[in-house]
Design a binder for this molecule. Structure first.
Ligand SMILES: Nc1ncnc2c1ncn2[C@@H]1O[C@H](COP(=O)(O)OP(=O)(O)OP(=O)(O)O)[C@@H](O)[C@H]1O
Ligand SMILES: [Mg+2]
Length: 470
């Protein structure tokens, strides 16, 4: 039996829907999250997404985190305009989801009444809340050369531009330490020679090039006189073999997929990165490159927009130049990461974690919002936890995780919590009682109407959810 929850102070005085996430309640962009799960009148809860957000969804395995993240994404990708029941987004955003478990591709399928047992269960849930399927714009991207037999014909392939890979990315891809390991040192030597200093092929100087390709690194390895004299042949062979492997991947190319092809206004781009398609180290580098590209394109667009808005008396020519720059850049964008502790663990840095930390710190300024999930808040980098403005806590059974969730709450908690009529002695325990799809939400931008953390029942999804043991 689900538990009943009575929280104080009551929210009863509020007669309308709930809007959270913007203290001045601008309500330009709204996403329906669900309904209040406390005793009293049932009210809809909307996230006011007018401004940027860093949302973290936590919960134990199977508590509904991925499903809930899908709720945010559907809200950003529906094309129903003012007729939509789940979203009112006037300023459409780009959305990029890094799908490490390979479960979000199913968002291309709207829930159907006769789509099989999984669909009919979702269909019933959807109808019980008076929702109906709405078209959600979703593009699924898979690494080039990694299509699987079951893939839908609409799936697109993406490629990475080799010269976008930094030395750190290579260190992460090859899982080698640039200081402590011989192979790492050799990699560093070759990379710097090829991209910055140039190198020596016998008597001939080879000029450096930023727009390098893997064969350039291989060439330097095989022919540079300093490399040949300083490093053992076993070390050179080991690096040669590993670089040669990546040179053979279709994913690695001299052009790469333009980021503007992936990030489109009002479209959810699902980047499929499960281990069945890409090794863990390479996945990390892919995430790191894409985050970097999104941030730099957004920074350019956001700067041009601010100059246009804030600098009076610009010449017509300058205005056109800035407008072009905005067109070439990306729309404001939401980034979604499932199981984010894999990218930004509490200790140990990866190529992706550095970008991710930077994005959570600087994203707001350049029009980037983030939604992430983790089953282990105690395992997530502290720098990220402190940047979160909206914390969605599903069921947590581990004391340590409940403690971290409590310590990181974003607004005052209720003064009293009753579960099934009994007062809870320690409010930290509340997440232990939550049922599937129920969450304790705290938000740093609360309005006067909703002055405390509250319980939310996540709304049913309108696209198929593939997050179950299959
Ligand atoms: N709000 C909800 N309403 C109805 N069913 C839900 C809801 N949330 C989750 N479910 C169902 O519960 C199961 C687990 O959900 P989900 O995959 O989101 O869990 P999770 O917390 O992400 O788990 P994991 O830690 O294994 O990734 C799925 O079958 C999903 O359909
Ligand atoms: Mg999940």
């Amino acid at each position: 039996m689900p538990h009943t929850f009575k929280l104080r102070p009551p929210l009863e005085q509020l007669k309308t829907d709930f809007y959270v996430g913007d203290s001045s309640s601008r309500q330009v962009d709204l996403i329906l999250l669900g309904t209040i799960a406390e005793e009293g009148t049932k009210r809809n809860v909307w996230l006011d997404a007018t401004d940027e957000h860093v949302v973290l969804i936590v919960g134990k395995r199977g508590s509904g985190k991925s499903y809930s993240m899908g709720v945010f994404l559907e809200g950003l990708g529906v094309s129903g305009g003012s007729k939509s029941r789940i979203s009112q987004v006037r300023d459409s955003r780009g959305v990029v989801l890094f799908d490490t478990l390979g479960i979000f591709w199913s968002m291309i399928h709207p829930v159907e009444s006769d789509g099989g047992p999984r669909h009919s269960e979702q269909w019933k849930n959807m109808q019980s809340m008076g929702l109906a399927p709405e078209p959600v714009r979703v593009n699924v991207w898979v690494p080039a050369g990694k299509k699987l037999p079951g893939d839908h014909e609409s799936f697109k392939e993406f490629r990475i531009k080799v010269s976008d890979l930094t030395l750190d990315d290579w260190s992460s891809i090859l899982d080698t330490d640039l200081v402590a390991s011989q192979v790492g040192q050799l990699l560093s030597t070759c990379f710097v020679k090829v991209t910055q200093r140039g190198w020596q092929r016998g008597a001939v100087k080879v000029e450096p090039r930023l727009d390098y390709a893997i064969p350039d690194l291989l060439d330097c390895l095989d022919h540079d006189s300093e490399v040949q004299s300083r490093y053992a042949s076993g070390t050179i062979d080991a690096l040669h073999r590993r670089l040669g492997y990546y040179d053979g991947l279709r994913l690695m190319s001299s052009e790469g997929t333009p980021i503007t092809d992936v990030v489109k206004k009002g479209v959810v781009a699902v980047v499929e990165l499960p281990l069945s398609r890409v090794e863990e180290d390479l996945r990390d580098a892919i995430v790191s490159i894409l985050l970097r590209k999104i941030m730099s394109a957004r920074a350019e667009g956001s700067y041009a927009k601010k100059v246009l808005e804030l600098q009076p008396r610009l010449s017509k020519e300058k205005q056109h130049e800035l407008e072009d720059s905005i067109d070439r850049s990306l729309p404001r964008t939401w980034i979604a990461l499932d199981e984010v502790h894999n990218f930004a663990p509490v200790s140990g840095r990866t190529a992706a974690s550095r970008e991710l930390v930077r994005m959570t710190k600087e994203g707001r300024n350049i029009g980037i919002s983030i939604v992430m999930t983790t089953q282990q808040p105690s395992g997530l980098a502290q720098e990220i936890l402190t940047q979160v403005d909206t914390l969605v806590v599903h069921q947590l059974t581990e004391y340590r995780d409940r403690h971290v969730a409590h310590e990181n709450r974003k607004c005052p908690y209720p003064t009293e919590v009753k579960v099934d009529g009994k007062t809870l002695q320690d409010q930290e325990d509340l997440p232990a009682y939550l049922g599937l799809g129920e969450a304790l939400v705290s938000c740093s931008e609360m309005t006067e109407d909703v002055p405390r953390a509250f319980l939310l029942r996540i709304r049913p999804r309108i696209t198929a959810h593939a997050g179950y043991a299959g």
